[in-house]
Design a protein around this ligand. Structure first.
Ligand SMILES: [Zn+2]
Ligand SMILES: [Zn+2]
Length: 291
């Protein structure tokens, strides 16, 4: 069923009008709504039926010829506004809707948010936390299901990977040898651990025609979801709990400056060990090739 309808102006059949009127250039037909993408805290949501796809084109090639290019797009009242109290602190709005997140066990997030405080991904309403989860693992079907509703690991991995990205990319690119290409994983992926748990991981790779040459990856395991681990090649080379999580756990408040400095130390720690491990790996590679 089309979501949007337009052009019912009774101006005659498209077949008759088409030869005499020039087609408007494609750019003159204004889009009805921006394609849903990214995470936004403010954009009104489309109903879940529109999830993950751009709104269908409003007019077919033939009918476009009978719609005057000046006809304004039809404004639609967002259908997903609800009647629940918003969960945001200090917010008195009662037009909240439930976060649409459902995890692999079928459990739902039970928080409700008003349009000022919800986030949307692909036109679907989520709380900001689960919008972060969706942004981390990508917006598509996951065969093993969505991470548990209370699992912060995917968005933590994504966050740390983003902060380390420029550094790791530069380190790998500089260490690449002839024929190797740098590849960045765009989202956090889910892996089954030998212990039966899961881990969430995002990585950077050097590949060549033979396949994977070297990987650097940030990951968090299900059973220790506040510990960031970094592996280079097949081995874990560094791990630690981010200072902002540790402080939250202990209920410690710090100034912005202290926060910045602690984050800096945290990332510098990982950077130092990543560089050392990449160098060690490359040295082993070279000595193997020279044999
Ligand atoms: Zn609110
Ligand atoms: Zn949620």
């Amino acid at each position: 069923m089309p979501l949007f309808r337009r052009g019912d102006h009774g101006t005659g059949s498209p077949a008759r009008a088409a030869p005499s009127e020039p087609l408007p250039p494609p750019s003159s037909v204004p889009p009805v709504a921006p394609p849903p993408q990214g995470v936004s805290g403010q954009v009104p949501a489309l109903p879940p039926a529109a999830a993950g796809m751009a709104p269908p084109p409003v007019t077919s090639f033939a009918s476009a010829s009978v719609v005057p290019s000046s006809s304004p797009p039809i404004a639609r009242f967002p259908a997903t506004e609800g009647d629940l109290a918003c969960r945001a602190r200090g917010c008195l709005n009662h037009n909240g809707v439930l976060c649409h997140y459902v995890d692999r066990r079928g459990r739902r997030c039970d928080t409700a948010w008003c349009p000022n405080h919800w986030a949307t991904v692909g036109g679907i309403v989520y709380c900001r936390r689960h919008a972060g989860t969706i942004a981390a693992i990508g917006y598509f079907d996951h065969p093993s299901g969505m991470p548990d509703v209370d699992n912060r690991a995917p968005s933590l991995v994504n966050w740390v990977a983003r902060d380390l990205d420029a550094f790791v990319a530069a380190t790998l690119v500089q260490s690449a040898t002839q024929g190797e290409t740098f590849v960045r994983e765009p989202v956090v992926s889910t892996h089954a651990d030998r212990s039966g748990g899961r881990r969430y991981e995002r990585g950077w790779k050097l590949v060549d025609h033979t396949g994977l040459r070297l990987v650097v990856a940030v990951f968090v395991s299900d059973d220790e979801e506040t510990t960031i681990r970094v592996r280079v090649g097949s081995g874990v080379i560094a791990e630690g709990v981010p200072p902002w999580i540790e402080r939250h756990r202990r209920g410690i408040e710090v100034t912005e400056e202290t926060d910045r400095s602690q984050r800096g130390l945290f990332y510098a720690f990982f950077q130092k060990h990543i560089v050392a491990a990449v160098r060690a790996n490359r040295a082993i590679d070279q000595s193997l090739q020279q044999r």
